[in-house]
Design a protein around this ligand. Structure first.
Ligand code: MN
Length: 202
């Protein structure tokens, strides 16, 4: 039986300073993400055969998950998968700081301009009531911005995540307290655009 374990962070806790502080990264990864993994594993223990399935497959088809653990898989499995994805959306400033020409054009064609994409994404994140995520996703050859509540993942809605922003307060309150807008403004500095392009097959 292979329990689900956290991916290794591709950078140090302090690598995203000053935009995302080291203490927040450490707690977010070692406490929040770890707890999702632990509770996800605990839920699967009742049906050990599900450890053989990639977590993404379970979330893509929640109706196939036994009903008595479905909500736990949705919440904790979602939290496990979303955070694994989120770490890979980030990189130290200036490493992959700007979208390449191809991605630039794609964002331009869909949203009017890269700035307009950022504005629309930011506004979706600011408008999300409570805890959840803002995403750039691909669905049926179209890219679009969506939000999900709690730890729900676009995978459960037939969409492929391209970029994720965690807007739970645990992602920013140590440095930014309740100032979600400041956190989002800082977050744009550490987006790993190269990963977004890879996921789009560009
Ligand atoms: Mn989080």
């Amino acid at each position: 039986m292979n329990k689900n374990t956290l991916p290794i962070l591709p950078y140090g806790f302090d690598a995203l300073e000053p935009y995302i502080d080291a203490r927040t990264m450490e707690i977010h990864y070692t406490k929040h993400h770890q707890t999702y993994a632990d509770k996800f594993n605990a839920a699967l223990e009742k049906y050990p055969e599900l450890f053989e399935k990639p977590p993404k497959d379970l979330l893509q088809d929640l109706s196939s998950v036994p009903q008595d653990i479905r909500i736990a898989v949705q919440n904790h499995g979602g939290g496990f998968v979303n955070h694994s994805f989120f770490w890979d959306c980030l990189a130290p400033k200036d490493v992959y700081a700007l979208p390449s020409e191809t991605l630039h054009k794609k964002l331009h064609d869909t949203f009017g301009s890269v700035d307009s994409f950022k504005e629309q994404f930011t506004s979706a994140a600011l408008g999300l009531f409570g805890s959840g995520w803002t995403w750039l996703v691909q669905k049926e050859n179209k890219i679009e911005i969506i939000t999900t509540q709690n730890q729900d993942t676009p995978l459960s809605f037939g969409a492929t995540p391209l970029l994720a922003l965690d807007v739970w307060e645990h992602a920013y309150y140590l440095k930014h307290q309740n100032r979600r807008a400041d956190y989002i403004r800082d977050w744009w500095n550490v987006v790993n655009w190269k990963k977004v392009e890879e996921r789009m097959g560009l």
